[in-house]
Design a protein around this ligand. Structure first.
Ligand SMILES: [Fe+2]
Length: 388
């Protein structure tokens, strides 16, 4: 670590309530925020799994008016945000309650912030564009992955350009997160796997990048340990509440860490890989890119990758530091394989002729600047080829 460099830890403004049945705090927290009318933003998957009923009932029994927008789709879009904003205005909601995975929570945040800012969400793409706070958001995650319940980011697809865009602002950060592991029990194995690998990528990229620092490291190293231990059991047996508990905590801790550091090349690639024509799930894109990204980055910070290997349960005794660092790559590959994630871009339907444009798009990411090594376009193409 460079001790001559000042580091900054950004505490998130979110009050976190973590634990089994914490979802039932929703009415109390909405009241504390001064709400009589609430808007729930969610998706059909959450409704179909019966996850909304307790939250909605709790709010109604507390005497609140509840409007429900349940049409969020995976990789939510600007047009979805606009629909949500219209319902927010029509219902005169005072608090927005997001229930779901990254897409629903990012949409809830995007809808809420527009209550205090004129124009269209598309006008605010980029960092720190929102001047004013919007409505407060209570976030209830139903996946252990994005950490959107505590981040300043909203990832929304531009319908016309068919590409993912990111807005980042403290005004997007939820005021309250109710992290209830029971809400993640019904998540299917494939989604548990991909969202879990996203959380691992958050922890790993934050822990090894150029902005790494002792406070975020404490969060992300613990997250790597938790995810390394509990992702397999959570995929194998979805109703394992212990596994769900630690996975939700791992994804939360990873997000609290990367909020101060940003990420790295896997997430840079995940943007074009999550956009047309690739359209990969975010976690799958990260999982498939991580091993080749780690191999590229490893020599920039060998001791850190040794720590990752150890945190993931690898035995590194008797190995040279370099060999021990490579064990981190093997550990990630093994985990990803064991939980059934396709191991190459080719297997995921990506065409070889797309590699250049994927790499060019990835180079535009803000995560490039903080990556352990500064890549050229040729490096990016080579990393992408290795994952192919
Ligand atoms: Fe991510």
């Amino acid at each position: 670590m460079d001790m001559t460099k000042i580091f900054t830890f950004l505490p998130v403004p979110t009050t976190i309530h973590f634990g089994i049945k914490s979802r039932f705090l929703v009415a109390e927290k909405a009241k504390e925020l001064g709400a009589k009318r609430t808007l729930i933003v969610t998706d059909q998957g959450v409704v179909g799994a019966g996850l909304l009923s307790d939250v909605e009932k709790c709010l109604r029994e507390a005497g609140m008016e509840v409007a429900v927008y349940d049409r969020v789709i995976p990789n939510s879009s600007l047009s979805i945000v606009r629909e949500g904003v219209k319902l927010m205005k029509d219902s005169r909601a005072e608090v927005v309650v997001g229930v779901g995975g990254g897409s629903s929570l990012d949409t809830a945040k995007a809808v809420a912030v527009m209550a205090g800012n004129p124009g269209d969400f598309a006008d605010y793409i980029g960092m720190h564009k929102f001047k004013n706070p919007g409505l407060p958001v209570i976030a209830l995650p139903t996946t252990a992955g994005t950490g959107s319940e505590v981040t300043i980011f909203s990832v929304i697809t531009d319908d016309q350009k068919q590409e993912k865009t990111v807005a980042g602002s403290p005004h997007l950060c939820p005021r309250v997160a109710l992290c209830d592991p029971e809400l993640t029990l019904s998540l299917p194995p494939a989604v548990t796997a991909s969202t879990g690998m996203d959380a691992l990528a958050h922890a790993l990229e934050s822990f090894t990048n150029q902005n790494t620092q002792p406070i975020s490291d404490a969060l992300t190293l613990k997250a790597i340990e938790l995810i390394g231990e509990w992702l397999r059991p959570a995929v194998a047996k979805g109703d394992n509440l212990e596994a769900r508990y630690w996975m939700l905590l791992g994804s939360l801790m990873a997000a609290l860490g990367f909020s101060s550091t940003r990420l790295g090349l896997a997430h840079a690639f995940a943007m074009p890989l999550g956009s047309a024509p690739c359209n990969l799930a975010h976690g799958v894109a990260n999982a498939v890119m991580l091993p080749s990204v780690m191999e590229y980055n490893l020599m920039a910070n060998i001791p850190k990758f040794v720590q990752v290997a150890k945190a993931m349960g690898e035995c590194v005794e008797g190995l040279s530091a370099l060999d021990a660092a490579y064990q981190a790559v093997e550990a990630v590959k093994k985990l990803s394989q064991d939980i059934g994630i396709p191991q190459s871009l080719k297997d995921l339907g990506i065409k070889e002729e797309w590699i250049r444009s994927i790499s060019e798009e990835a180079m535009k990411s803000g995560n490039i600047a903080v990556n352990p090594r500064k890549p050229t376009l040729d490096d990016m193409i080579e990393i992408c080829r290795k994952a192919f």
